[in-house]
Design a protein around this ligand. Structure first.
Ligand SMILES: NC(=O)c1ccc[n+]([C@@H]2O[C@H](COP(=O)([O-])OP(=O)(O)OC[C@H]3O[C@@H](n4cnc5c(N)ncnc54)[C@H](OP(=O)(O)O)[C@@H]3O)[C@@H](O)[C@H]2O)c1
Length: 240
């Protein structure tokens, strides 16, 4: 058996640690310039679309796929689930449970980035924890100061007027997030409902500061098998 572990998350790395010594390879998209070293043989970069992915599966002799990509990495997940189904390969998605609000949280769910403008008045300082690839979808936040936190310095300028990048490599403590939001004078946070403890600190900080949070809804669930914990993911591998 040769397992393909699709990574790009903390949990993928943790799963990879448990799979050391097994016949498994981890795949990273290459989204960050200096990714953490992985405990498994690693390939980096897109497969080259569906055809490239199918060729890779055959050439590498992959017999099962554990997809531990980010909950919002919809393209890779939908395609992988479909290809595995079509080729009779066992597939499971590791999907962290979403965050749920606690007393004092002021969260509003929005279905798309472009809807944030309906809740954010001109002149606001907006902190985006949503990533660079979808940044252009906030271009309608005219008259706002938009701060987008990134791991790597970008090669492109900010895609619209009124925005700035901020650099930082997670994890961030609650205290650090509070200090940052106070320094920036943040009025609103916009985040994805990524789930997981490490990146929840920004939400705890927002609650303590009484800041409203716009939470972009998760992609619609698929009709493929899902596990929600690392233990269940490892049990799935053992059962193969
Ligand atoms: N979306 C987020 O908010 C987010 C947050 C944190 C981390 N990430 C991680 O960053 C990566 C890219 O995210 P995304 O939202 O851009 O993905 P996406 O839109 O679902 O996928 C875009 C393309 O990136 C390539 N790709 C994605 N994950 C890959 C992997 N693990 N190994 C090899 N190729 C991969 C594939 O290219 P080809 O078609 O050429 O195969 C895929 O078609 C993912 O691995 C994800 O886990 C995403």
């Amino acid at each position: 058996m040769t397992l393909l572990l699709l990574g790009g998350t903390n949990e993928a790395r943790q799963i990879a640690t448990h799979l050391q010594g097994h016949d498994a390879v981890i795949s990273l998209a290459g989204a960050t310039r200096h990714p953490q070293e992985q405990p498994l043989p690693t390939r980096v970069g897109g497969f080259g679309g569906e055809a490239g992915f199918i060729s890779y599966l055959q050439e590498a002799g992959i017999t099962a796929v554990l997809d531990a990509t980010h909950p919002y990495a919809q393209q890779i997940t939908v395609r992988t689930a479909q290809v595995c189904r079509a080729h009779g390969l066992p597939y499971v998605q590791f999907l962290r449970p979403p965050w749920t609000p606690e007393p004092g949280d002021q969260w509003v769910e929005i279905s798309a980035e472009s809807d944030a403008v309906d809740y954010i008045p001109r002149g606001s300082v907006v902190f985006l924890g949503t990533g660079r690839q979808t940044l252009h979808r906030f271009a309608n936040l005219e008259g706002c100061e938009v701060v987008c936190r990134q791991i790597d310095p970008p090669t492109e300028p900010f895609p619209f007027v009124g925005g700035q990048y901020l650099f930082g490599r997670p994890p961030f403590s609650v205290e650090d997030e509070i200090a940052l939001f106070q320094d920036l004078g943040v009025d609103f946070l916009v985040v994805k409902n990524a789930g997981g403890a490490p990146s929840r600190t920004k939400l705890t900080a927002a609650r303590q500061l009484g800041l409203p949070v716009l939470m972009i809804a998760r992609p619609a669930p698929g009709d493929w098998p899902v596990v929600e914990s690392i233990n269940d993911a490892l049990a799935w591998v053992r059962a193969l």
